[in-house]
Write a protein that binds this ligand. Structure first.
Ligand SMILES: Nc1ncnc2c1ncn2[C@@H]1O[C@H](COP(=O)(O)OP(=O)(O)OP(=O)(O)O)[C@@H](O)[C@H]1O
Length: 356
């Protein structure tokens, strides 16, 4: 397994890029530690696959270097980098049996047959295909074939990293949950460096220790699921992670107070700098309280999810969502307050540090 250093990587698919907008991947300069479980999370087109393919060697970055354990692998092929990669759709040998598909990467490296059998049997149990081991892959369903692909990615324990590109797209929802849990267990057991691309926050947050959130060709935050929830560095992170996402309202600032539509909101502390830029206040629905005192609030809808309700309404012209626990009553004429512990401030979409 390897530490991965992304040294000032940039990538463009354009022959002669003229501006930053021509880069599918803006500058990435990070170290990912040996044995880490990383998820690359972001919407379609934000550059996740480009970054993953740069790590695997399927794409050579236009600029910068990539190092595995300090060794420059920028110009090396995926085989030379010793990487396992699992794609969105099955990549298997249809005419081979399930067992032989899984054994192939091991036999290629001349592993003794007894060890091949032990390892393949372990993986077959994990992907729940033990009873089909000696069937040809050709006759299997799409999700069974994808499980073989996943198994092939996991079968070797001597790879530098295992890369997954939306590997569970064709798997049915229940199996998805099981495989994700097993991947996590496997990671704990063997400590592989794993990088997992997805646009699904549940998949990212349950799989990874560290989530890398991408937006428009840029990494906007790298953090634990808890950090992304409590302190989104960019309004996009607040909006993209969480269900519903963070409420964001434009404010003007006056020391330790934010003003929205003539209403004053006490901040936990004044911001360190005086921003010239567009300022916004972000508060997750879990920190919005519906009370009898506070700012005027009109309710549009109440959605009962069993354990809590999601109340959507308006503070002046601004849409606000609140999560209300099942055991709390919603006042007949509700007003709204924001728990200071959940308040974040943003200048031009980037989080501002507060004093103290
Ligand atoms: N081979 C290519 N040639 C030209 N442009 C490309 C190529 N591959 C990707 N792009 C462009 O680069 C940008 C990033 O694409 P990329 O596939 O890396 O994003 P993504 O986050 O993985 O999206 P998705 O989830 O849809 O795969 C997009 O604007 C895409 O159109």
């Amino acid at each position: 397994m390897a530490r991965i250093d992304l040294d000032h990587i940039r990538h463009t698919y354009t022959a002669s890029p003229k501006s930053e907008a021509d880069y599918a991947l803006k500058e990435v300069d990070h170290s990912w530690h040996d044995g880490g479980a990383y998820a690359l999370l972001g919407p379609s087109g934000c550059g996740k696959t480009t970054l993953l393919n740069i790590i695997s060697g399927l794409v050579t970055a236009s600029e910068g270097r990539i190092l595995f354990d300090g060794k420059d692998v920028t110009r090396l092929s995926p085989q030379e980098r010793n990487i396992a990669q699992v794609f969105q759709f099955p990549v298997i040998y249809d005419t081979m049996t399930v067992f032989d598909n899984l054994a192939f990467p091991l036999r290629n490296r001349t592993m003794p047959e007894a060890d091949v059998k032990r390892r393949v049997d372990e993986i077959l149990a994990m992907i729940d295909l033990g009873d089909r081991a000696h069937r040809k892959a050709r006759g299997l369903t799409a999700d069974q074939k994808q499980k073989i692909s996943l198994g092939r990615g996991l079968v070797r324990s001597d790879v530098a990293a295992i890369l997954f590109d939306e590997p569970l797209t064709v798997i049915d929802p229940h199996m998805k949950w099981m495989l994700r849990t097993q991947l996590k267990q496997l990671h704990r057991q063997f400590g592989h460096t794993m990088v997992y691309v997805t646009h699904d926050q549940t998949e990212a947050l349950t799989f990874a220790d560290t989530v890398v959130v991408m937006y428009d060709g840029e990494i906007v935050q790298i953090g634990t699921p808890e950090e992304l929830f409590a302190r989104p560095k960019h309004t996009f992170v607040g909006y993209f992670i969480g269900s519903p996402g963070m409420n964001v309202v434009p404010v003007t600032l006056d020391g330790g107070t934010a003003h929205v539509d003539g209403e004053a909101i006490a901040l936990p502390a004044p911001p360190r700098e005086r921003p010239q830029a567009k300022t916004e206040l972000g508060v997750r629905p879990e920190f919005v309280r519906l009370t009898r005192d506070g700012m005027p609030f009109s309710i549009d809808t109440v959605e009962d999810l069993g354990r809590h309700r999601i109340v959507r309404g308006h503070l002046g012209a601004h849409a606000i969502a609140a999560v209300v626990p099942e055991n709390e009553t919603i006042p007949a004429e509700p007003r709204v307050t924001f728990d200071p512990a959940g308040i974040n401030l943003y200048a031009d979409s980037w989080r501002m540090e507060l004093e103290g």
